[in-house]
Ligand binder design. Sequence first.
Ligand code: GLA
Ligand code: ZN
Length: 682
Amino acid sequence: MIKHELANLFLHGGDYNPEQWLDYPEVLAKDIELMKEAQINTVTIGMFSWSMLEPEEGNFNFKWLDKIFDEMYSINVSVILGSPSAARPAWMAQKYPEVLRTNNYRQKMLYGGRHNHCFSSKIYRQKIGIMNSMLAERYGNHPALLMWHISNEYGGECHCEQCQEKFRIWLKKKYTNLTNLNNAWWGAFWSHIYTDWDQIESPSPLGESLVHGLNLDWKRFVTDQTIDFYKHEIESIRQITPQIPITTNFMADNLDLLPYQELNYEKFSKYVDVVSWDCYPAWHNDKESTADVASKVGFMDDLYRSLKQKPFLLMESTPSNVNWHPVNKSKRPGMHFLSSLQHIAHGSNSNLYFQWRKSRGASEKFHGAVVGNDNSDKSRVFCDVREVGHALEKISAVSLSTKRSDVAIIFDWENNWALNDSQGFSDKTKCYSKTIQEHYRYFWNKDIQVDVITPSADFSIYKLIIAPMLYLLSSKTIDKLTNYVEFGGNLVSTYLTGLVDESDLTFQDGWPKELKALFGIDVLEYDTYYPSQNNTIEIGDNIFETKDYNTVMNILTAKTIGVYKNDFYKAKPAITENSFGKGQTYFIGSRTDYDFLNFFYEQICGKLGLFNQFIISGDDDVSVQTRQGRNQNFHFIMNFSEKDKNISVLTNSINLLTEKEVGTEIHLSPYEVVILQCQSLK
Ligand code: GLA
Ligand code: ZN
């Protein structure tokens, strides 16, 4: 049996929770039969197995897992082994209540649910440490072991006394003394001067929640604290199995497919070997088109791929419906194939599902699964999964390829925290992540490949960087942006940029002088509109509507591209362009609709030669994503609409899925995917 290599195969499979069926050997036997049939090559096991692995304190039972490992190996299925910290046995919570969380009301949680543990608890750390070492010792050399899956969707926070103490230690390390802390948190306001570290408490509705510097530091601490717990979890695993890669599954704020807000994944990603994430879009919903949903999925894939600039894993997805959306609709015929291949197109090297077999009881019994209650290979869902399995095998050569983009859009977790916490502007229309998705949409529509990066990324590899709404701007990021443009980069920025520094303090002398130089403008005022109000901007003969935010600004060295038509800043600049060093900057002063973004980026992309060279005539609903191999490109052409579409491409090529040569005119049925393999252009 050949052990799966991560880099020359697409992983296909997903969460397998056989502990639910240990008393039903016939079900486990059926699993084996059906896995072979569905072209499953990977399962993820053990994330929720603690009470089966250690039914009583210190009494371990690995026999059932040994058997599963051996059986998986016997059918050439690799195992991604989970550490079980996300849910604990009842005996542990009963005997050691300290393992449970305390919420921000300082209420101690009862046993139950999952993600309900204190990151500081010494007992919890000790218990998971023992468990993880035993798993690593026992399965580290098992030929089926492919990867570690640490915990499951880390999230949440604990406000117990031990966590408060850790927070204070974290603050002492950061600020050294209370004077520095009081200055950074602007303590003289409302008499909030701390004179003893023990006076500091984590944010709470019962106490302090309006000191923005405190809130921001707490969020930073929660990320560090979670990473610290994760690092503890992997300590023995790394020692015992240095050859096995480690991941933990990241999330989205899934309903809207926005980046998960609670943890700074940019920081977290430094500690995982492979980035993986769980994606659950609301396909076929009643407020968005299929292309709307697809562009959001693409955005999230591009963000998580760009964290490490290498292929990521789609750790979870549903083969049909979920159970936790407000409405849980099934995927229509064709959508499973299309949505699975979309992740591959954006750089995923896997398509994994939650879960393999439907549970019979508890909260997820109606969640989609590969094997349904019919326990057969006849269901529509099973057939859909098998189809994806066959396709992934057919295109396995593509797994060695990567993605390359000339355009980057910046998303910054700290900025998201600070902007959402800010009081002012408008409660409902700050919409930082959503705005980034709107800018991203132009490039998705036009099939221009994009990286979604954070401020810590290497800017120099991009021809164009778009940085909307960077409300919080550290001096380091200002320097990086300045340097980028000085050496020839092109930068787009927008309203609500550069209002506070990394401590969430506003700038003392107005808009930072570095930004004035970079954009050639001075920002005088931010005007916030009620949702039903609009202004218009005029660019030559074109008129565009603005909404929510308008920046009032003066020109220093910039050129005015568009002016406001109304309000007290009528005829003042709304859109500007500035030459700086060898590069160019653009400032969009107002929030606009897509028609402006389309107009604006069309010109910039023309000027910078960013249009997709392979697509001669495309379609907004047909997404083209390219993975680059050594000498060839793999163009994934995906019809995210319910209509037939035609596009034309530069050269004849082979459709990898049918293995037939196709011409330059490509016809796509609704939801169809075509994967074209052709020689690289350059
Ligand atoms: C998450 C979890 C899974 C499962 C799915 C259901 O992603 O990691 O254990 O609960 O949601 O959609
Ligand atoms: Zn705690």
